[in-house]
Design a protein around this ligand. Structure first.
Ligand code: CUA
Length: 332
């Protein structure tokens, strides 16, 4: 009995020390959304359980090694123990109760995270190799930065034209895959004004590590001002060249194609139009409208020599393709 009391006291002490140590180590970034609260609450419960289970294993182990070690000259066998019904019932029932309790708090937390606000603002998100694009259908604008008003739920309707990406803002805690062929939803209510970053959390190709965009949480007045500014900028796009330049920016064409003549993942756009292009199959082609259109809509049809066929097909409309080509023509 004395051993049990001693081990019990050490287990409690070790649990407290482990929990305090883990909590103080700052594993989590700041909590910046309503959804983060219930996730952090769940996380805290798990850290407590982990601290206790860790202590429950390590303390009796070390205690036994020290207290029941073989003394000098002791050659007797250890005591043989066969079966203990009460112990077996205990180690069956207690974990069962623990698992059921964790399932309950897990389901509760999930329901909190998915709580739907009927007034949520819709933002369409596209994850493409290798950039994020944000469309605000109610306001009629498109951006490469995700601006969010504080204390209002937004629902991101997310799509991918190429491979699986994953939308992850660590400060919001939640993460959601973006899957080709379906629309996935991500609901978040930012609670803390600040600058964050969305990262892609699914390995998606060459530039996966650079697939990140600013997430900026501002108050309602600053959000309205930003929207007006974006609408003003969109209205100023009154020529095909300007629209093409904006399309290129919003679709992260520059992630692979420079406009400076420098080599990148794809061929540079500087001096591209009208030039003679050497293809991987050994032929040469003139970069005219038809070639550029095909290369945007069906990039692997004609692969340029020296480059991997890694460009995804972009779902642009015919007008958008014409605008982008008009922009490329200006880069001479
Ligand atoms: Cu997109 Cu990784």
């Amino acid at each position: 009995m004395r051993h049990f009391v001693t081990v019990g006291i050490f287990v409690i002490l070790m649990t407290i020390l482990t929990y305090v140590g883990l909590s103080a180590s700052g594993l989590m970034p700041v909590e910046a959304s309503e959804q983060a609260r219930s996730i952090d609450w769940l996380w805290d419960i798990q850290v407590k359980a982990i601290a206790f289970l860790f202590s429950l294993i390590v303390v009796p182990l070390i205690y036994s090694l020290v207290v029941f070690r073989r003394r000098r000259g002791d050659t007797t066998d250890a005591e043989h123990i066969e079966g203990n019904t009460r112990l077996e019932i205990a180690w069956t029932v207690l974990p069962l109760v623990a698992v059921l309790a964790l399932a309950y708090v897990g389901a509760y937390s999930l329901a909190e995270v998915r709580r739907v606000d009927a007034n949520a603002m819709v933002i369409k998100v596209t994850g493409i190799q290798w950039a994020w694009k944000f469309e605000y259908p109610e306001q009629g604008i498109t951006s490469t930065e995700l601006y969010l008003p504080v204390s209002r739920q937004v629902v991101l309707k997310m799509e991918s034209p190429d491979v699986i990406h994953s939308f992850w803002v660590p400060e919001f805690r939640i993460k959601q895959d973006v899957v080709p062929g379906r629309v996935t939803e991500y609901r978040v209510t930012p609670t803390l004004i600040g600058n964050y970053k969305v990262r892609c959390a699914e390995l998606c190709g060459t530039s996966h590590a650079y697939m990140e965009s600013p997430v900026i949480v501002v108050d309602q007045a600053a959000f309205d001002a930003w929207i007006s500014e974006q609408q003003r900028l969109a209205a100023a796009l009154d020529t095909p060249e300007k629209r093409g330049e904006a399309l290129a920016a919003n679709n992260a064409c520059a992630a692979c194609h420079t406009v400076t003549g420098a080599e990148s993942i794809g061929p540079t756009w500087l001096g591209l139009f009208g030039s003679e292009v050497s293809l991987a199959d050994g032929t040469t082609i003139t970069a005219d409208d038809a070639y550029l259109e095909e290369s945007i809509l069906n990039p692997t049809a004609k692969v340029v020599e020296g480059f991997a066929p890694s460009m995804p097909p972009f779902p642009f409309t015919t007008e958008e393709v014409a605008d982008i080509i008009a922009y490329i023509k200006t880069l001479q």
